[in-house]
Ligand binder design. Structure first.
Ligand code: BDR
Ligand code: CA
Length: 316
């Protein structure tokens, strides 16, 4: 099996941690490094949370690179902590395995740019948070747009409501200018957005079954997910389930047949109250719209089955 060489870029909140365990349990992926970014929490927390996942998984072989603490072209808004807690992990980061390593001194954007150039046509970058590090990597070396193998983003809500504003998905909303830069570069961007992630509801019963399969990953999830579940209940009125957005992207990497993908021109808005909105622009109304491959349908039950098999090593 040819393993996909992937750099995972993450804002290391609760669903990001679930996605990281999923990726770590998936032989199809050769994880070259994990880069942190602000988003669900401040970047220092994000870095620490990645290191905690790696400590829990016993994977000191994977290096972590700290990335940007703020958007590329605007000031950082205070992080709310509403869905992921002030520490990004539901307020229980100090009860989780202690990181036994620190991040590299090489900044995330530099690592991404150098690694893509070192293996032309080989490297996939999978972003689970705002795409600031990727935009900075493009600024460091615009040639990476020709040399990356795949750019897969958790981002966008095409013609459906957003989750950060009524029209914008959170990762694009958190850094709209970077989303515009990355979607507008000459590589083909693949978008795994709310169009598919909100089709997959992880119920409380599923989580209970998952966490009854005791291992380091499920122990971690059992500690962190209650905060996320309470947030979904109070903010979304979802009393019995949560979306595990970022795990959906990992499923797309390892089992793309579970998704239907459509190519379409996408325009990312950066202005005022529309910031972070991704619009399908079939008629190229805007000259700077770029074609992306957008996940539009998913076999949600199959994603949950795959996640359970890998993370819980179980049949659900
Ligand atoms: C995305 O925003 C973040 O809160 C989640 O971790 C996910 O990456 C969903 O819009
Ligand atoms: Ca995320």
């Amino acid at each position: 099996m040819k393993r996909e060489k992937v750099i995972i870029d993450t804002d290391a909140g609760i669903d990001d941690a679930m996605a990281l365990f999923f990726a770590l349990e998936s032989e199809e992926l050769d994880i070259l490094g994990i880069t942190s970014v602000f988003g669900n929490t401040y970047v220092k927390n994000s870095t620490r949370n990645i290191l905690a996942v790696l400590a829990a998984a016993g994977r000191q072989d994977i290096q972590v690179y700290e990335g940007s603490g703020s958007p590329i072209a605007r000031a950082l808004a205070p992080r709310s902590g509403a869905f992921h807690g002030d520490d990004g992990l539901g307020g229980v980061a100090d009860q989780l395995p202690r990181p036994y390593a620190t991040a590299s001194s090489i900044p995330a954007a530099q690592f991404i740019a150098e690694r893509i150039m070192a293996e032309p046509g080989e490297i996939t970058v999978a972003c689970l948070g705002p795409v600031t590090n990727l935009a900075l990597a493009l600024r460091l070396n615009p040639d990476i747009a020709e040399y990356a193998q795949r750019i897969v983003l958790l981002g966008g809500a095409i013609a459906i409501p957003g989750n950060a504003t009524p029209i914008a998905e959170a990762n694009f909303f958190n850094d709209p200018e970077s989303a515009k830069i990355v979607c507008g570069a000459s590589w083909n961007v693949e978008l795994v957005g709310l169009n598919v992630t909100t089709r997959i509801e992880m119920t409380a019963a599923y989580v209970e079954r998952l966490c009854s399969k005791k291992n380091k990953a499920t122990d971690f999830i059992a500690k962190t997910i209650p905060f996320y579940q309470r947030a979904y209940a109070s903010h979304h009125g979802m009393l019995d389930s949560v979306y595990c957005h970022d795990a959906t992207l990992i499923a797309y990497l390892i089992e793309p047949r579970l998704f239907r993908v459509e190519k379409m021109p996408i325009h990312v808005q950066t202005e005022a109250s529309a910031a972070g909105m991704a619009i399908r622009d079939d008629k190229h109304y805007w000259s700077d719209s770029s074609v992306a491959s957008v996940c539009v349908e998913v076999s949600g039950d199959s994603v949950l089955t795959l996640f359970g098999q890998r993370v819980g090593r179980m049949n659900v």
